[in-house]
Design a protein around this ligand. Structure first.
Ligand SMILES: [Zn+2]
Ligand SMILES: [Zn+2]
Length: 221
């Protein structure tokens, strides 16, 4: 597990990444450093490794958060929900069709051992989610998938962006339901106004800051 704890002074949320699935998805653990209570974001698969990381960090997981319905983000969610006895929160219900079809997505990639999964609480723009007492505001950012959401902690200056934005890139939009214009619009009108100092953890690859992407990301020119 890679330690990517935000370096915010006085910050009390820690984060760690476990790479899962053949897609090298960043399953992210976030937790309160004092209470050691937290959440698992996007358990796409390799549930045994996620559970080992949870145990190693000594965290009590109170919820599973999903950014969107793609197999590499939700493939292990049903199994982990059963193992931990917690609820699944997110994404937006516009991704329900993807989560109903995880097994179908798996067949297309030759993957086995994943299951369809529902949500215990669908999210919409303006909703809030609390993890170990830390508030996250929900932004609905469609384009990569219709139901993609971003979890925003204004106190910690941290956004969990899923596949909306990457360091130096953006989420792919070449799916039949993809929408490049909507994705660019969501990044520019919802993410970037959060501020250049915001750190983000994305679904693949290294973490970054909104300021660095504003200056260097070729898709945001
Ligand atoms: Zn995706
Ligand atoms: Zn992904």
């Amino acid at each position: 597990m890679t330690d990517t704890s935000p370096s915010t002074a006085g910050g009390r949320l820690a984060a760690g990444i476990v790479q899962v699935t053949p897609f090298q998805q960043n399953c992210t653990l976030i937790w309160d450093e004092v209470t050691k209570v937290g959440a698992v974001v996007d358990p796409g698969g390799d549930v045994d490794r996620i559970r080992q990381a949870i145990a190693k960090a000594g965290i009590t997981v109170e919820t599973i958060l999903l950014t969107h319905g793609h197999i590499d983000h939700v493939g292990g969610a049903a199994e982990l929900r059963e193992a931990l006895g917690v609820e699944i929160i997110g994404p937006h219900q516009a991704d329900r069709f993807l989560m109903d079809g995880v097994e179908k997505q798996a067949a297309g990639y030759g993957l086995t051992g994943v299951r369809n999964v529902g949500s215990d609480r669908w999210l919409a723009e303006g909703d809030t989610v609390t993890v170990a007492g830390h508030r996250f505001d929900i932004l609905h950012c469609p384009g990569h998938s219709p139901g993609s959401v971003v979890f925003v902690s204004k106190a910690q200056r941290l956004a969990l962006v899923g596949d909306v934005l990457f360091r130096g890139s953006i989420g792919r939009t070449d799916f039949p339901y993809g929408d490049h214009e909507a994705l660019i619009s969501a990044i520019k009108t919802k993410l970037q106004p959060l501020g250049d100092d915001f750190a983000f953890i994305c679904g693949h690859g290294p973490t970054g800051t909104l300021g660095e992407e504003r200056r260097t990301n070729p898709f945001l020119r």
